[in-house]
Design a protein around this ligand. Structure first.
Ligand SMILES: [Zn+2]
Length: 345
């Protein structure tokens, strides 16, 4: 059977895999998956990580949620693919090491395509299409530390759901154009809201960002009634459009003076670049008021290498407080059987 086993008994957890295609020596290319079935089947929340194979924090977020959550406290089903691009994961690489393709530009995939296109096809048709909504976990690239935030992508024929992004409970929400073939755009076009959630930096396991990822998903699940309790959503959330890349003026070693997530003023010092060859020292300052969404964490830079990513407040909107529509999930009593699932009295 090459379909994920999603219909499992109430309170059960299942870990399995399906095969997408094979390599030149016949080695199968798999999609590993976890399912946790709560007291009801729906909604089905899809969690996935490692569309880019070197982005590790999201993998840990998913495995921890499956260790931590009690399925009998879950209303709905968690369907998770902890590593979507296993080939890139094995190669410690963002993209497929053989064809160099970026999986997150290939959705909804091709049944008879290249290996990466087939991974996209199987993931999209066998997991994404079964979900009611999803959270797609990412990080910044290697050397590029990103503050936790959701990314909303818009194309002319696609409007994403701001509410789903806000339910993660971060203060900053990022809004930009995106590319065709991105998972959240392809899924959104068939009516399945998927939020891209950025937490940290590729190639690293970072506890603070893992905790931020878990917190965001728990908020999302509370907001949509999959878990009891109130989500922690800041009263003020800011929608910011695009970002400014702040380049290094010279080559050398970058010494950051701000952190990812810091709110900074125009002309504030972002960092210092020192050349160990000439002794030259240059100060990198902020061109605008804004928030540092990303900072260079690998210190060696060339001229033009981005030292920091800034979102300007000039293009920002403070969103009105989110109207809560938390469903009452605790006040009923119910009986549960393996055969019938939940029966509400
Ligand atoms: Zn990514």
């Amino acid at each position: 059977m090459n379909e994920p086993r999603i219909n499992i008994g109430v309170g059960e957890i299942h870990r399995g895999k399906i095969e997408c295609t094979e390599l030149e020596d016949g080695t199968p290319v798999i999609l590993p998956y976890f399912v946790m079935r709560g007291v009801r089947k729906r909604p089905i929340l899809l969690l996935n990580a490692a569309l880019h194979g070197d982005e590790l924090n999201g993998i840990e977020v998913i495995t921890r949620l499956f260790e931590k959550l009690n399925p009998m406290q879950l209303h709905g089903t968690l369907l998770a693919v902890p590593v979507v691009n296993t080939l890139a994961f094995r190669a410690r690489s963002r993209v497929d090491p053989v064809d160099g393709k970026n999986l997150n530009r290939l959705f909804p995939g091709k049944k008879e395509g290249t290996v990466t296109e087939r991974i996209a096809y199987h993931f999209f048709h066998k997991f994404v299409k079964k979900a009611d909504f999803g959270i797609d976990l990412h990080t910044g690239m290697k050397g590029h530390l990103l503050v936790p935030h959701p990314r909303i992508r818009v194309l002319s024929d696609f409007s994403p759901s701001l509410e789903h992004a806000r339910a993660l409970g971060t203060e900053i929400i990022f809004y930009h154009e995106g590319h065709p073939g991105m998972l959240n755009i392809a899924a959104g076009k068939i009516g399945i809201p998927i939020v891209c959630f950025e937490i940290g930096e590729a190639g690293r396991i970072d506890e603070n960002y893992i905790q931020a990822g878990i917190k965001g998903i728990i908020n999302f699940m509370k907001y949509f009634g999959m878990l009891e309790g109130e989500p922690e959503i800041p009263e003020k959330q800011i929608l910011l459009k695009d970002y400014i890349e702040i380049p290094s003026p010279i080559g050398g070693i970058f010494h950051p003076k701000v952190n990812a997530g810091d709110v900074i003023k125009k002309n504030q010092l972002i960092g210092i670049i020192k050349s160990p060859f000439t002794g030259e020292k240059r100060y990198v300052k902020s061109p605008k008021n804004g928030v540092v969404i990303g900072i260079r964490s690998q210190p060696l830079v060339r001229p033009g290498t981005t030292a920091a990513w800034l979102m300007s407040f000039e293009q920002g909107n403070v969103l009105p407080p989110l109207k809560k529509h938390i469903k009452e999930v605790t006040s009923r009593t119910f009986s549960i059987t393996k055969e019938k699932g939940i029966e509400i009295k």
